[in-house]
Design a protein around this ligand. Structure first.
Ligand code: 7RM
Length: 633
């Protein structure tokens, strides 16, 4: 059985052991899984190159651990409960036995396309059970999944398909999201036509039955592909360090990078964290509202829960459809025990239906979680009182795509929950705070850069096709440390509070967006000379996107130009990257070496024009007055 910590003493004991003897600690966790061959070395620890490997020499298949292993004990228990977009449509229940059969059929269909171990498969899917089935089907046969959030544009999708040379794209015909019905197959067609020569097949699940274009040599309906396929498919036996998936995420520079996770360590860590952070008990119904296009969906809708034999609920729709009570309605309907969502959803629901939770029976909730961005105090208290009703502790979980699983979090009922604090590291995690010179700030009541001192099993292994980028991004800033890109504080009791990104990444509604990406997109408009993008505080989204744009000619119709810029960004990246505010400027503040001085732009966008500090070192200090006068906050 996976270690499930039940008391503060046990937490302390596990934590101490994990620091004194990390290999022993993790070997114990790993031994609860089904391995076809045991590892010969627990950890290869090279944090410089970096070259981190866990459970080296071990052989396994993650789906055997998610599915086959549970059949004897819980074959007839629900593995997935699916709640459709429309509340009056019936929900779908898939038992572990049924899920295994569906995964195997899909795996056999992929094999019939010639998909082999190591091939990359791209996903552009709505939140339907088939996305979980197909992800697990890939893992079953050793193919590497690369899920792209279905809100990204055709350009963004094409970029990701090309970067990892995907052989198959799996999508639906349409994607229902609240009142919208989005033609996603069209987006895939457009993307593939942009030079995605690696794509041999497009597998299309008929989700709505709407009309789609068809490329007979390339496109295959899901229902045709699985017709007659066997319900048996022997799992491909994988090395612990074989790639499991790629997930693209934004950084401070350049194009999104493909974060790589491997089989063994990711398996051990996602299950361990799921069991402890949510204190999952036999028979509980667990619901995470994330989209499977993000890491939270991978680790805490699919892998963590299924590895732990849990019942995981999947919701197709959006929080506000048909009204701001939908989440609470679903919690009541399915008697949800653990509920995991994002601060942006909490704030939006608080604004749209402050008292809406009162109308529902939420007494089943035992733990409520938050992830993706800092949760502000007001939202924390509302969540605690209206949703948790004082009975369900909040777990404010800090982690990243790159960490694979939750790193810093309260343990519900075991360590206390304090508003705005992610609190304490899980056993196995050794965070520290450094100053800008890389000196560790020991003791409590310190603030600085958040780093992790020692590897954990689900740390990213590389960035796909570009190991140097992985090294320079995460391992070069401070020797022998993983640098998170976040700033953090430690309080008098050693609790961590995450402040937010210290690099040029904006966190919009819990989604990471690189300022450089948005600038590149805006600059595609022929009327734009250059642009600078910064984040600013936004009531619902956490951070909004503020763009300063320098145009070639005087802008006569500002609103018209703004609409065109928004259209370009939507085309290049997707609607989630659209600036909330666009300010036209005649010049951007530059240093003498020609760099845009973002510090000034950030201050102005945050309404702090009065505290710009020293601007005399600028090449063009005269621009500051114009920037301030034209500010749109
Ligand atoms: C899981 C996820 C990672 C970035 C991270 C932080 C921010 C995430 C919290 C948080 C404050 C939290 N992966 N972040 N969780 N900030 N409190 N509980 O979100 O790769 O998409 O984003 O999100 O800045 O670096 S992610």
């Amino acid at each position: 059985m996976t270690l499930q910590i039940k008391s503060i003493e046990q937490y302390q004991e596990a934590y101490d052991k994990s620091v004194e003897d990390p290999e022993g600690f993790w070997a114990e966790q790993a031994s609860t899984f089904l391995w076809r061959k045991k590892w010969h070395t627990v950890l290869k620890n090279d944090f410089i190159t970096p070259d981190v490997q866990w459970f080296v020499g071990g052989k396994m298949n993650i789906t055997e651990n998610c599915l086959d292993r549970h059949i004897a004990t819980r074959g007839d228990q629900d593995a997935i409960i699916w709640e459709p977009n429309e509340p009056d449509e019936p929900s779908v229940h898939l038992t572990y036995r049924e899920l295994l059969a569906e995964v195997n059929k899909c795996a056999n269909a992929l094999k019939s396309f010639g998909v082999k171990k190591g091939d990359r498969i791209c996903f552009y899917m709505p939140m339907i059970p088939q996305v979980a089935i197909a992800i697990l089907a890939c893992a079953r046969i050793g193919a590497i999944h690369s899920v792209v959030f279905a809100g990204f544009s055709a350009n963004a999708l094409a970029e990701r398909i090309k970067d990892s040379q995907c052989k198959v794209v799996i999508c639906s015909d349409y994607n229902r999201r609240g009142p919208k019905n989005i033609p996603v197959k069209d987006v895939v067609d457009e993307a593939v036509s942009m030079g995605c020569d690696s794509v041999e097949k497009v597998l299309v699940f008929q989700s709505t039955g709407g009309k789609v274009m068809w490329e007979p040599n390339r496109d295959v309906w899901w229902h045709d592909a699985i017709k007659g396929m066997s319900k048996e498919c022997a799992p491909e036996i994988m090395d612990s360090e074989d790639m499991l998936f790629i997930l693209y995420t934004s950084g401070s520079t350049g194009k999104p990078k493909g974060v790589v996770h491997t089989c063994g360590g990711y398996m051990v860590y996602t299950s361990y964290t799921f069991m402890n952070v949510f204190q999952y008990q036999e028979g509980d119904i667990y619901w995470c509202t994330a989209d499977v296009g993000w890491i939270t969906g991978h680790s805490y809708i699919i892998y963590g829960p299924l590895l732990s034999g849990a019942t995981t609920l999947m919701f197709e729709g959006v929080p506000g459809h048909p009204d701001a009570g939908r989440f609470w309605h679903i919690c009541e309907k399915h008697r949800v025990n653990q509920f995991y969502t994002a601060p942006t959803a909490i704030r939006a629901l608080m604004a749209a239906g402050y008292n809406a939770p009162n109308s529902y029976d939420l007494s089943s909730l035992k733990v409520i979680g938050s992830v993706g961005e800092p949760i502000n105090e007001e939202a924390w208290h509302w969540y605690d009182e209206k949703v948790g009703r004082g009975n369900a502790p909040i777990v404010d979980t800090w982690w990243q795509t790159e960490t694979g699983g939750i790193m810093i979090t309260p343990l519900p009922g075991i360590t206390d929950s304090k508003p705005c604090f992610a609190s304490y590291p899980l056993p196995g995690i050794q965070p520290c705070i450094l100053d800008a010179n890389g000196i560790e700030l020991t003791g409590n009541e310190v603030e600085g850069l958040l780093c992790i001192k020692f590897p954990w099993p689900s740390i990213l292994r590389t960035t796909y096709g570009d190991h140097e980028r992985c090294r320079s991004n995460y391992f070069a800033a401070f020797p022998n440390m993983y640098f998170t890109g976040d700033g953090a504080k430690r309080d008098t009791d050693g609790r961590y509070r995450i402040i937010g990104r210290v690099d040029d990444v904006i966190n919009v509604s819990g989604h990471r967006i690189g300022t450089a990406e948005v600038e590149d997109a805006i600059d595609q408009h022929s009327g734009v000379v250059e642009s600078a993008v910064v984040g600013y505080p936004h009531d619902i989204k956490g951070q909004g996107i503020y763009a300063y744009v320098k145009a070639h000619h005087e802008v006569i119709d500002e609103d018209h130009f703004r609409r065109e810029i928004l259209a370009v960004v939507t085309k290049e990246i997707g609607p989630i990257a659209k600036p909330d505010i666009i300010q036209f400027v005649s010049q951007l503040p530059k240093t003498r070496s020609g760099k845009i001085m973002r510090r000034i732009l950030r201050k102005i966008a945050s309404g702090e024009s009065d505290s710009l500090g020293d601007t005399s070192t600028l090449l063009n200090p005269e621009c500051v007055e114009e920037l301030k006068a034209g500010a749109l906050v």
